[in-house]
Design a protein around this ligand. Structure first.
Ligand code: NCD
Length: 306
């Protein structure tokens, strides 16, 4: 990789995405085979610095670093000096002074990892910044699709849910279109930001239009923590008029994959039948997450930046 940090997929080239995905596929096979004590990052240290809640992203980054032999520390922002008023840059300098090699960071403000990356020597990996990007989530989504199809080129992925507040939607749009896929998007108009068509998305007027003939259907969580009331009447109403149920899913290509980054609001963006259906790869996405994060740590770690 040509970069010191992984901040988003907007700035990556297709070749770089391909390089990460091909190493991640190998890592996934190793983890599946029970090989979880590699030593390519032995002697390195990784800190996870999360200013927002997380289960799978933080755990999988920690496992990924450990599986490669690095030592890891979690900073719980709720009990750190951040609560005493320390700035992000000062927190970064403190971690640098401890010769931290990787800082994996999640923050409610878009752009925070970019700022940190400019001020620290450590490799910064964006684990989700506000409504901006969540690059490793989109990479793991792509890995699960790639494993099922062998290619992303020419495939159609329908993304439905709270697109406005979703960093996952944006990273997937940038990544998938660079890899030759078509991205359709559908959300209630109040949850669809302007301008994504200029970034290559095909904006649909109904869930039927989005899902019809698609190779994969991705549901996104309604991000109640990022929005004011008033975007839709109630979660029940959302599920009824905008959610994906078995009838809607039948419009997709036979065998179409079902994805969701989690955490899922069961019965809201996707029904339980869809979440647990035969073509759902939601559980596989979790393993892809460990593999992609191993690949990213490995590729950033082996790069000598002058
Ligand atoms: C996503 C996130 O945090 O942006 N989740 C995740 O990383 N697994 C999506 C979400 O929170 O809805």
């Amino acid at each position: 990789m040509k970069h010191k940090d992984l901040l988003g997929l907007y700035t990556l080239e297709a070749e770089e995405i391909g390089e990460i995905l091909s190493l991640a596929a190998k890592m996934k096979a190793l983890v599946r085979a029970g090989q979880k004590s590699l030593d390519s990052l032995k002697g390195r240290s990784a800190v996870t610095l999360f200013y927002e809640n997380s289960t799978r992203t933080r755990t999988s980054f920690e496992f990924a670093a450990k599986f490669l032999g690095a030592s890891t520390v979690n900073i719980s922002v709720a009990t750190s000096s951040v609560q005493k008023g320390e700035t992000l840059v000062d927190t970064g300098k403190t971690l640098d002074a401890m010769h931290t090699d990787f800082i994996v960071m999640r923050h409610p403000m878009g752009g925070a990892p970019t700022l940190l990356g400019k001020t620290v020597k450590a490799h910064v990996i964006n684990a989700g910044d506000g409504m901006n990007e969540h690059p490793t989530q989109a990479l793991l989504d792509m890995l699960s699709m790639l494993e099922a199809w062998g290619t992303l080129e020419g495939k159609t992925v329908a993304i439905l849910g709270d697109i406005r507040h979703s960093r996952v939607a944006k990273s997937n749009l940038y990544g998938l279109t660079k890899m030759g896929a078509t991205v359709r998007m559908f959300a209630p108009r109040t949850l669809m930001p302007a301008g994504l068509d200029c970034m290559g998305a095909k904006i649909c007027r109904s869930r039927e239009e989005a899902v019809e003939g698609a190779d994969a259907v991705m549901g996104l969580r309604i991000q109640l923590e990022r929005q004011k009331a008033g975007n839709f009447p109630s979660l029940g109403e959302y599920a009824k008029y905008y959610g994906v149920n078995e009838d809607i899913l039948r419009l997709a290509k036979e065998g179409a994959l079902v994805l969701h980054p989690g955490p899922v609001n069961r019965g809201v963006e996707l029904t339980s039948g869809v979440i647990d259906g035969e073509t759902s790869v939601i559980t596989d996405q979790v393993l892809s997450g460990v593999a992609v994060r191993m690949a990213v740590l490995q590729l950033l770690g082996e790069e000598e930046i002058c």
